[in-house]
Design a protein around this ligand. Structure first.
Ligand code: KG4
Ligand code: ZN
Length: 336
């Protein structure tokens, strides 16, 4: 096998267009273009996301190559996010990657977005040893994953309705905050009292999660309170954010604790957009100290959607000989 392995990876599953260059498992660049166009609609508009990917993809790939100090002809493989995601968004990245692979006559690697979120924990030191547990919390998914090896991941539990990111975004919307509300809830929560209000936590068996009930209980609570005081939300915004965030973190961390008890694995990672949440990050560290776990948290640029995580996953697929053919198509569904 060739000594140096240089991979260009492309991520376009939702509303971030991203490209990354990875050399022998080291990320040399991770360029991410967000899409402000969705803000005024209160959520991602799939058609607009596809169009924005079309506009962004070439400049983003150029920027990633330039930052890494490399050129297309020096790339050994092209990787792209195959699933899951918005189909129109995935198509742009997949078609671009396939065209490049064809034009450059390089191998093609199809990457699963949720596997990549987990493997984002392998980008920086200290890296977890296998096996480890990962709580993957994003806008579309909430999973507890047992990582046996880079290419062998097992989902131990997942949400039966909304994802944790959706719980943040939907309650933020009820509080009048713009999309995506998660980062704003995080910001306001830092000034609030997490015990000011109590919201019921669901009783879901095994290692599965449910978040739709939280959204409904926040909705009914706000309806009742604003009837008595129309200014209730404005007057209590920071405490509401802190209390909602506290409830979401409680729901997540109870299941993580249960997963550690069930598996006996004490290396615990978090991943996905919600792992950027400062409350979740500090709670994981605190629980790690209390419970004697080794905890791992990716830096912010590798939490939310990024091509760096696609590149590191593709690197392990390259080592494992897991390539795809030019007839590979993207899939909106999340089966592994
Ligand atoms: O992983 P990601 O970038 O995209 C998906 O694959 O879905 O996750 C996006 C989600 C959104 O719901 C966003 O509100 C949430 O991550 N998020 C946060 C924070 N930063 C991003 N939620 C809470 N606190 C944050 N700091
Ligand atoms: Zn994601």
């Amino acid at each position: 096998m060739k000594q140096d392995i240089r991979i260009l990876a492309i991520e376009s599953s939702c509303d971030e267009t991203s490209a990354s260059i990875c050399e022998n498992g080291k990320i040399l660049s991770n360029y991410i273009a967000g899409q402000a166009v969705h803000e005024k609609y209160g959520g991602v508009v799939p058609e607009l996301a596809s169009r924005a990917h079309m506009q962004n993809i070439i400049p983003v790939v150029h920027a990633a190559l330039e930052t890494a100090g490399t050129e297309l002809h020096a790339i050994d493989a092209i990787a792209f996010t195959q699933a899951p995601g918005l189909i129109g968004s995935l198509l742009v990245g997949a078609q671009f990657a396939k065209s490049l692979a064809l034009a450059l006559d390089k191998p093609l690697i199809a990457v699963h977005h949720m596997q990549a979120h987990v493997l984002a924990n392998l980008i920086e030191d200290p890296k977890p040893e296998f096996p480890f547990l990962c709580l993957t919390v994003s806008g579309g998914h909430t999973q507890i994953v047992l990582a046996h090896s880079p290419l062998h991941l097992e989902v131990l539990g997942e949400t039966i309705d909304d994802a944790a990111g959706e719980a943040f975004d939907k309650t933020a919307k009820l509080l009048g905050l713009p999309y995506p509300g998660g980062p704003l809830v995080d910001k306001y929560a830092q000034q609030g009292d997490a015990k000011a209000f109590t919201f019921a936590e669901p009783q879901i068996p095994d290692l599965n999660f449910s978040f739709s009930g939280l959204k409904t209980s926040v909705l009914y609570f706000l309806q009742a309170q604003t009837k008595a005081n129309p200014q209730f939300v404005q007057e209590n915004l920071v405490n509401l954010c802190a209390s909602v965030q506290h409830t979401i973190i409680n729901i997540l961390m109870k299941k993580v604790k249960k997963a550690v008890q069930q598996t006996g694995i004490r290396r615990v990672c978090i991943a996905g957009g919600v792992s950027a949440n400062s409350g979740l990050r500090s709670r994981l560290q605190q629980m790690g100290q209390e419970q004697g776990w080794k905890t791992f948290i990716p830096s912010f640029q590798y939490c939310t959607d990024n091509a760096g995580m696609i590149a590191i996953t593709a690197y392990h697929q390259y080592l494992g000989g897991k390539f795809t053919t030019l007839d590979a198509g993207p899939s909106a569904r999340s089966e592994w």
